[in-house]
Design a protein around this ligand. Sequence first.
Ligand SMILES: [Zn+2]
Length: 66
Amino acid sequence: MAYDAEPGGDPRGPNCPKCNQLILPHQPTTLMHFSDRSSLWHGECARPYWDKLSPLLERLQFPPGS
Ligand SMILES: [Zn+2]
């Protein structure tokens, strides 16, 4: 149980932060980066966030007027 407090410390594998379920080896995953840490999400769980974040990231990479 000591592992529970550590992100990625579960010996069974990483938990998806979105649905809090174990990410199984055969499931599609997406690596999400938030500030200084990155974590593995189910591909389907991460999708809505990508839809929201992608335009934002594009604007950061290519600022208007540059
Ligand atoms: Zn998930």
